[in-house]
Design a protein around this ligand. Structure first.
Ligand SMILES: [Ca+2]
Length: 202
């Protein structure tokens, strides 16, 4: 790669990838998702990079990073995510669909590669979010009891396709007629990972 100078091309990403040694940017998280990727993504990142991105949220807000995918040379090339001076996670190898949130107003990403072997790197977005302290608000109870028939019936979370409310606790009990069983087809499913659950029990 020594000395290869090419005309910068216009891309849809905001990442400038012409410098091999250092990269990254400072940005303010807003309510609109913004992209953040390793240099050259989705092509292989260069060797010997040391990139730092510092993402800041406005007063009272925090930063959420949605890591769509990360593929690096395991144990040699790392993405380190920190918040307000404390490391949250250090990733290498293959990871996908992870969410990381700042503990204060700042989230810092550092991406480093060693001198040989590179992969596609990472593709993520960042957005601000409002941290809501755990409070005891009235829980929403919902759900229904129904009998399964030969005709499909629809079950959705409250407000679907809009976001479901916080503190919801819904139970649906579906019964089949004698000698019959019930088939549940899950068409779409999207929740806050590790915090909001759908449990199916027999
Ligand atoms: Ca490497």
């Amino acid at each position: 790669m020594a000395g290869a100078v090419t005309t910068p091309t216009t891309t849809t990403t905001t990442t400038t990838t012409n410098n091999l040694a250092s990269c990254g940017f400072n940005a303010v998280a807003t309510s609109t998702s913004q992209p953040i990727t390793s240099p050259n993504y989705p092509n292989d990142y260069p060797n010997n990079v040391d990139c730092t991105w510092t993402i800041t949220a406005s007063d009272g807000m925090r930063v959420q990073l949605n890591l769509i995918i990360l593929v690096t040379e395991r144990n040699y090339d790392y993405l380190t995510i920190s918040s307000d001076g404390s490391q949250l996670v250090r990733l290498s190898g293959s990871h996908s669909n992870k969410i990381y949130r700042s503990t204060g107003s700042t989230l810092t990403l550092a991406f480093t590669s060693d001198g040989s072997v590179s992969r596609s790197g990472f593709n993520a977005t960042f957005v601000e979010y409002q941290h809501v302290a755990t409070t005891t608000t009235a829980a929403l109870t919902c759900g229904f009891n129904a009998v399964a028939t030969s005709t499909s019936q629809l079950i959705t979370s409250p407000n679907y396709p809009n976001n479901y409310p916080n503190n919801a606790n819904c139970t649906w009990t579906i019964t089949a007629s004698d000698g019959m069983r019930i088939q549940l087809n899950l068409h779409r499913f999207k929740t806050e990972r590790n915090y909001d659950y759908l449990t199916v029990r027999d």
